[in-house]
Ligand binder design. Sequence first.
Ligand SMILES: [Fe+2]
Length: 391
Amino acid sequence: MLPEFFEFYNSTRVVYGSGIASDFKAELDFLGIGKYFIVSDRIISDLGLTKKVVDGLTSAGIEVTGEFLDVPQDSEVNTVNACADQAKTSGAEGLVAIGGGSVIDTAKAANILISEGGDLVEDYSGAHTLTRPLKPLVVIPTTAGTGSEVTQVAVVYDKDNKVKMPFTDKFLLPSLAVLDPEMTLSLPPKLTASTAMDALTHAVEAYVDLQWSPFSDTFAIGTVELIFKNIVQATKNGEDLEARGSLLIASNMAGIAFSHSMVGCVHGMAHAVGGIFRVPHGVANAILLPYGMEYNFEEVKDKLAKLAPIMGEEVSGLSADDAARKAIEAVRKLNGTLNEMGALPLRLREVGVSEDGLPEIAEATVMDGTSFYNPREVVAEEILAHLKNAY
Ligand SMILES: [Fe+2]
């Protein structure tokens, strides 16, 4: 059965290659500008990754007007404002973001202010508040998880209200995504595992969500396969460029999938756990993914059954119910393997969540924007039961 309606739109040009982060002048030419401002963070800068890109740009005759390196772990409103101010003053015509989800989302949100002015929260939070293209934004991811280099979404933390605010608009799609596995080589095993589990969660949720389409399904299935085949190897041997590259591509494909189908209750719970207890996004998703699959089981078991063999499970002769359970089992086994490697916790209690905070997480999950797309109605009481299982 096909969906009654769907749209597929992605305006981001994607290029892939080992070492291209220091040599992508040819890809920049079509953007038609010559002055870029760099957005990154201290860790990326200390690793020499920012310099690698800046050296490449300047030797190709591109002017780098300045750098903002103070992006924290979770992009935050004041950071976005400071970044936008500096970029504007520097006279930049475009931005180059080098980093993980927080850096990319900071650059996306800052680009709204640089291009349009105004107040980020009051004027632009929510969906479809922009009316025209922003300044060119080039993104070079240094983690393989968020897929933010190809999504219409930026998430910015609002400290005052303890919530993660989403901004969704097709004009937030970056102009160019430069995928260079060498830029992810220094990612430590824990981050490699949790960011890839975030990408896996994007794919699984995009695949089962109400807003699915044959287009997003294709990207989601491709992601699941690449992650199951490469996540353990990339976590074990961070120097493996083939495994690193596969995760980077998977994360990108998952970004394309969920930018269209959106995500569901696993992200709803993860946003709440992140907002209230500051649990890193990928870690929260990894812990909660099997529980979210269980929550949606009855509604999506046929789809889960199709994922099981792609996750490497033997399903011949099994009923749809049993095959679907194999998919959940496959995610649990993967989490278990990563846990044995010391790369991933398995329970909410291990990551600073308090048991008496679970009802608040359940309530916040219901209020989260992802509820609209989840295949089963998101009910606080029932989410709470699954949170208790994950605790
Ligand atoms: Fe995510």
